[in-house]
Write a protein that binds this ligand. Structure first.
Ligand code: ATP
Length: 352
């Protein structure tokens, strides 16, 4: 098996006519990592993946694989395999034919192809379906066939573009875990595009968050969750996402909706406009604090999400136990000083 790749993008710019899809992207993906490219639709994730695959030329910058400049190298010479959302299987070929296709393209002998096809198919549990055609497979089986075709050549880099988005919710969860196991067992570097933050948070070793053609943060899921770099990232990560309220910061306290609450690590300096972020799980009902009205109580069995109104703004609180409040009730909200995330109101950048 080939070793897994180290991948770097340096100052990559991509334009489509007058539209700039990537504004100078820098990124390093380490060998064997499961790395997610996460961001809203149109933020540049697929473009980045296609550039890694060699399917898209760049306007500026470099692509490096294991230290070698592959910026102008053809896809076939990069030793990468890509799995698309659509699977892109050949309908007229059998499963075996589809899986073996990349090896036939490079002229490997039939006996070797047969062995490799069998091995790849067994790894994804479709060894019993080799004679079928894609049209005779379920969505999950088609997805496995696409995966087997990707791993058959033992690529050093595995590129996955929303590979689970055509599966139903339950199958998606199962396949997500299997995909992670498969990647681990192959030891291959994987780059995984998704707009689903929960998916990225659960499968990725590290991730890059894209917004409007730029990477705004790179880190482990935990780092991004604990310390979102911008207010936009804060509002994008977490289920439900972080509550964001306008406030003013002065002397180690934040003033929000008429209430003053202590916050950590923000003492001193002149008063400044901030956006206060507090995760739903960090909010609690208290004897004093931010005045709010209970709008809706949603019971999820193992947790409860309460929708609250704070001066016309929606705030969500999540708790394990059912909180002792009723819909329509006036309450006060509080949080621990260290649970506050503070962002500069004008720039959106994290303070601290
Ligand atoms: P999605 O999750 O919707 O796939 P994405 O983050 O993968 O989004 P990209 O597909 O990378 O986004 O596209 C980034 C931007 O570049 C989008 O605004 C898109 O409209 C634009 N774009 C992509 N390909 C072209 C093209 N060939 N011509 C013009 N604009 C393009």
């Amino acid at each position: 098996m080939n070793q897994s790749a180290n991948v770097r993008l340096e100052g990559v710019v991509k334009r489509h006519g007058t539209f700039t899809a990537l504004h100078g992207v820098d990124l390093e993906i380490r060998p064997g990592e499961f790395f997610a490219l996460l961001g809203p639709s149109g933020s540049g994730k697929t473009t980045t993946l296609r550039i890694l695959a060699g399917l898209e030329p760049v306007n500026a910058g470099r692509v490096l694989m294991d230290g070698a400049d592959v910026t102008n190298t053809q896809p076939g010479e990069r030793d990468v395999a890509m799995v698309f959302q659509s699977y892109a299987l050949y309908p007229h070929m059998t499963v075996a034919g589809n899986i073996g296709f990349p090896l036939r393209m490079v002229g490997r002998p039939q006996a070797e192809i047969d062995g490799a096809v069998r091995e790849a198919a067994d790894k994804v549990d479709i060894g019993h379906l080799l004679d079928r055609r894609p049209g005779q497979l379920s969505g999950g089986q088609q997805q496995r066939c696409a995966l087997a075709r990707a791993i058959v050549r033992h690529p050093r880099l595995f590129l996955l573009d929303e590979p689970l988005s055509n599966l139903d919710a339950k199958l998606r969860l199962e396949t997500r875990a299997e995909l992670r196991k498969l990647q681990r067992s192959l030891g291959v570097t994987a780059v995984y595009v998704t707009h689903d933050q929960e998916e990225a948070m659960t499968v990725a070793d590290r991730m890059a968050i894209f917004m409007e053609g730029r990477i705004v943060q790179t880190g482990t899921p935990k780092e991004v969750f604990m310390k979102p770099a911008t207010v936009t990232v804060a509002g994008f990560i977490g289920t439900p996402p972080m509550n964001l309220l306008p406030g003013s910061l002065a002397g180690g306290e934040v003033l929000v909706a008429g209430a003053r609450l202590p916050v950590q690590g923000a003492a001193g300096g002149a008063a400044r406009d901030v956006t206060l972020g507090v995760r739903p799980g960090d909010i609690r009902i208290a004897a004093q604090g931010i005045p709010a009205q209970v709008e809706l109580i949603e019971d999820y069995g193992d947790s409860t999400v309460v929708d609250l109104d704070v001066q016309g703004q929606r705030v969500k609180m999540r708790s394990g136990a059912r909180p002792g409040v009723t819909e329509g009730e006036a309450v006060f909200l509080s949080f621990e000083p260290e649970a506050a995330h503070l962002f500069d109101r004008a720039s959106g950048l994290r303070i601290q």
